[in-house]
Design a binder for this molecule. Sequence first.
Ligand SMILES: CC(C)(COP(=O)(O)OP(=O)(O)OC[C@H]1O[C@@H](n2cnc3c(N)ncnc32)[C@H](O)[C@@H]1OP(=O)(O)O)[C@@H](O)C(=O)NCCC(=O)NCCS
Length: 144
Amino acid sequence: MKVIEPSTPNELKRYYELRWRVLRAPWNQPRGSEQDDQEHGSNHFMVVNSRQTAMGVGRLQFNTIGEAQIRYMAIDTEQQRRGIGTLLLNTLEDKAIELGATRIVLDAREHALGFYRKYGYRLEGPGHVLFNTIPHVKMSKTIE
Ligand SMILES: CC(C)(COP(=O)(O)OP(=O)(O)OC[C@H]1O[C@@H](n2cnc3c(N)ncnc32)[C@H](O)[C@@H]1OP(=O)(O)O)[C@@H](O)C(=O)NCCC(=O)NCCS
């Protein structure tokens, strides 16, 4: 298992496919709905196995010079709770720090709150409700 930054058309195809499959398909959202207008300026990471199969994906964007935001964390449903999310989160945080972040924010799906809390993210308050069904919470972590 290793983390790569998807860049070739094939890698990017597998990257967005997994994001769509985990975060959009279960709510009958069309392909393409997993992307937004900030893909180009963001940093993308993908965990792959020895056969180059995508197992987890996540994105880092900057909202201001010091504030990074983690978005679209998605681990293959069959591969959750095996440490892949932790590996990705560590990679995203390292990148955020390397690029000068002093604070990392995210909007967590409520059911994933415990995962981020375990790694030092503080609950800030309620967030948006996606597709009228998925409540989010706002969380943040200050970089020491
Ligand atoms: C939430 C998610 C990113 C976590 O990734 P993961 O690979 O399953 O997590 P890890 O195996 O690295 O978990 C590390 C620890 O975090 C905790 N944890 C993981 N998922 C958790 C959850 N949903 N709730 C509470 N704690 C959780 C566990 O304590 C786990 O330790 P354990 O191995 O002792 O159980 C992943 O489950 C996922 O993609 N879920 C579906 C999509 C989603 O909700 N994405 C987040 C959008 S904000």
